[in-house]
Structures are given as C-alpha cells and as structure tokens.
Design a protein around this ligand. Sequence first.
Ligand code: MEV
Length: 321
Amino acid sequence: LISMPAPIAGARLGNGRATAKFILIGEHAVVYGRPAIALPMPALAMRAAAVPSSGELWLDSEHYRGPLSQAPERLAPIRAALIATLSHLGLPDRGLVVRTESAIPIERGLGSSAAVSAAVIRSLFDLAGLTPEQDELFELIQVSERVAHGSPSGLDAHTVTAAGPLRFERGVATPLRFGLRATFILADTGVRGQTRAAITDLARLRERRPDWVEERFARITELTSASASAVELDDVAALGGHMSEAHGILRDLEVSSPELESLVSAAEDAGALGAKLTGGGRGGCMVAVAESTQQALRVARALGDAGAARTWLYATGGPAA
Ligand code: MEV
C-alpha cells in the first residue's frame, strides 16, 4: 500500500467551490442548439483543496484515495480537468494532493461531474494566486464534460459556476429574470442516471426519425420560452403545466425510466403543479414545483413514500430584480 504524500509544511493551499444545479426545462433539446433554463443550488456545494505535497499527484475523495495515475476509469473526467488546468497554468503535474468534499450526489443529473471539475479547477487557480475568467473556467470544465458524456451542451458547466438562474442557448448563458415565488422539490430515484446512454440513444432515434424528434424539440423550445415568461411573471401554475408537458415529451423521447415515472406521478397526485425528470434522465433525479411550503412538504412526503432515496426543497422568492 502506498501512503498519501506528506503535505509541504507552511505551503499555501488552494481552495475552490462550485454548486449543484438542476435543469428546469430544456434538457436534451439543448444538446441540439435549443434553449434551456437551469438553476444553481447554492445549498449543495462541492469543495476542493489543492495541497502542495511531496511525490506524485494524488486524489483524496470520498470515492477514491490514491495516485491520480491509478484512478479508476470513472474518474477520467476529473483527471482530464486536473491535467488540463495544470498545463494551462504552467504547473507541474506532480507534488499535489487534491482533496474534494461533496454534498452533491453523483450521477443523479445534479451536475456533480461539472461541479467537481469546477471546484478543482478553481482550487488550482487559487493555489497559483489567480481567479479564472468565466470563459477560461468554462473551457476547462468542458474538457472534463466531454470525457464524461461526449457532447456536452455547456449548460452544466455554466450553471455550476453561476450566481443565479440562467437561460442557455448555443453556448451563451444569460441571467434569467426570476420573479417566481415557489418551492421546488427535487427527488433522487436512487438509481444512477445514464446521461451518456440517454444522449447516444436519442441521437440514434433522431437519425431514424429526424422529423418526429425535431417536432418534439420544437415543442420543448416553445415550453422553455413560455417557462421563462412564467418565472419572470410569477405564474407557478403555468410553469407547472409546462414542466409536466415537457416531461411527457422526454418520456416519448425515451430518456425517462420506470423509477422517474413513478416519482413524477406521485408528485402530481400529491398536488404538485408540475413535475418532470431533470438532467440526463434514465434514473437520476426529478423536480416538482409547488406554490406553498405546505404543499411542497406534502409532495416531498409523498415522494419519500413512493421510494425516493432523498428529497430536497428549494424555495425561490420574489419579484424579478
Ligand atoms: C445533462 O445534465 C443535460 C443534458 O441536456 C446534456 C447536456 O446538456 O450536455 C442531457
């Protein structure tokens, strides 16, 4: 067994942070240049510390502790981000222990892969006494997102480092005017999401039935625009309707799963104004919306009874700035 390299006494540490995200509407269609809306979740954070140490580059995380060169395949995205950032900063790829600590469940469509990269990248910049520019940060996160799931739209990379809700289309993220007073309920199916498989299968479906798929993307685009108005004008009922309709389309596009279907139905039966899968699908998380805290608590309880592994409440509040 190799032991963890010793930290260099008195050396400056680098710290970095990023947050979870959820996609309100527009996932998958966004990969094909359609708009989407996503919200950062500041309460669910990912933290990284870069610690100057003797010896080779190490990772110290809940899922793996050891030399980066021997990290399992599923850590390839984070390895790619680390190596790209060290090279970008002109730092050697040794003499560091990179420690990560996360409140974001992995492979649940909540952006943990983009968030871990963002936190690590920021910690390396911080170690060098620098703060990355937004586009520098974005490009480096995308290095790892491409390894993680092939053709990332960039939505996750933007949202995990964003200050507030945003609208995203064709690589451009814009802050969204957000006047919604509502509570979102997120629930984890307990099943790993399969973003890469969902994206690949949808690409095949689109090759086989291009018009049919494009018609559905076009409707998602309309629902996304209508949702942007609903969140600006504080129309929770309209937003809920758009979310549920978008879910039905995602189901038709074959990116849902039995577990997601049962949670979405449970939320709607418990009085949610709308519910849908969020993120890549095929497992992972769903999101519902309620107009009051009381209603949200009832929905969260129903989701727990229906088998959700975990639920989170996220209240948004007040007139658009
Ligand atoms: C994954 O969180 C969202 C997808 O739209 C993929 C992407 O935007 O890259 C499924």
